[in-house]
Design a protein around this ligand. Structure first.
Ligand code: C2E
Ligand code: CA
Ligand code: CA
Ligand code: CA
Length: 278
């Protein structure tokens, strides 16, 4: 009825208004305006299955909003994408990752960092490559310490343009990883043409490993096919020892998930990594 519609409309407007407000606040946070809250990267270890050592970390963006408190990337990344802020936000992530890599190096910690890339960053390959070059030079880090994670759907977005962008990043020395693998419709025949070195199996398959024979069969097939193509395999969202056990048995190269560690601030990651090397 009329009320239902009015309610729906009010709800929609609130949604849009909220997004506009978040976009405004995010722009202020990027410009580091006083009282605009704080952007930070948290780091989650990828653990080498065989040695149990930290094989690297994934950088995950966090935003401490001045009034709302912590706002998750699941909320503000889509806002940034919609309001033209994802490129400057992505630039910030690239710079901050390189700064942190240099800080770790100065503390005697060799680390690798994977950053997540949005489709819009790949649509401007010149600017993207320049950002990486600048950040790498400014902090004196090695491009081989950096990995770009792009989701399967991004990899398929505009095949020719994506391929060119990724080739240039690979030429710089960066590694490329296909994120959320298994959720899209990409063919491995196409992915094989990209300069990709890693596949990350989506959490939805990992979740079902202990209860679903189908999930086990899919994960086994993906790992075998990936290895046949000389790709490394990471399992994301590993939460139980049982899942880890299945994945070790199938020779998955790296494991990532709450079972090992949650994403954490850089200082906590430093302590965590030291604890695991000792
Ligand atoms: P993603 O790239 O697939 O990142 C993995 C997400 O799974 C992260 O959520 C991480 O905290 C969470 N996770 C890790 N281990 C576990 C586990 O064992 N169980 C469960 N339930 N979750 C786990 P987060 O940090 O909220 O990030 C969500 C998404 O936001 C990311 O998904 C990524 O797509 C996007 N994102 C985060 N940071 C950035 C960024 O700097 N740039 C871009 N473009 N996207 C980002
Ligand atoms: Ca990722
Ligand atoms: Ca993922
Ligand atoms: Ca995922």
């Amino acid at each position: 009825g009329g009320n239902g519609f009015a309610f729906f409309e009010a709800h929609m407007q609130a949604g849009v208004r909220e997004q506009v407000e978040l976009a405004h606040d995010l722009r202020a946070a990027l410009a580091r305006e006083p009282g605009s809250g704080r952007l930070a990267l948290h780091y989650q270890p990828k653990v080498a299955t065989a040695e149990g050592e930290v094989a690297g970390v994934e950088a995950l963006l966090r935003w401490q909003h001045p009034r709302r408190g912590a706002v998750g990337p699941g909320v503000f990344i889509p806002v940034a994408e919609r309001f033209g802020l994802i490129v400057p936000l992505g630039d910030w992530v690239i710079k901050e990752s390189c700064r942190q890599l240099a800080a770790w190096r100065d503390e005697g910690l060799q680390m690798r960092v994977a950053v997540n890339l949005s489709v819009q960053q790949l649509r401007q390959p010149d600017a993207l490559v320049r950002r990486f070059e600048e950040a790498i030079a400014a902090h004196g880090v090695d491009a081989r310490q950096l990995t770009c994670e792009i989701t399967e759907s991004v990899a398929m977005d505009d095949a020719a343009a994506t391929e060119r962008a990724l080739q240039r990043l690979a030429t710089l020395g960066l590694s490329l990883s296909i994120d959320d693998f298994g959720t899209g419709y990409s063919s491995l025949a196409y992915l094989r043409r990209l300069p990709v070195s890693q596949l990350k199996i989506d959490r939805s398959f990992i979740q079902d490993l202990e209860t679903s024979a189908d999930a086990r069969a899919i994960v086994k097939a993906v790992i075998e096919l990936a290895h046949a193509l000389s790709l490394q395999v990471v399992a994301e969202g590993v939460e139980t020892e049982g899942q880890a056990e299945v994945l070790r048995g199938k020779r998955c190269d790296k494991l990532q998930g709450f079972l090992f560690a949650r994403p954490m601030p850089a200082e906590a990651l430093t302590r965590w990594a030291r604890g695991h090397d000792a």
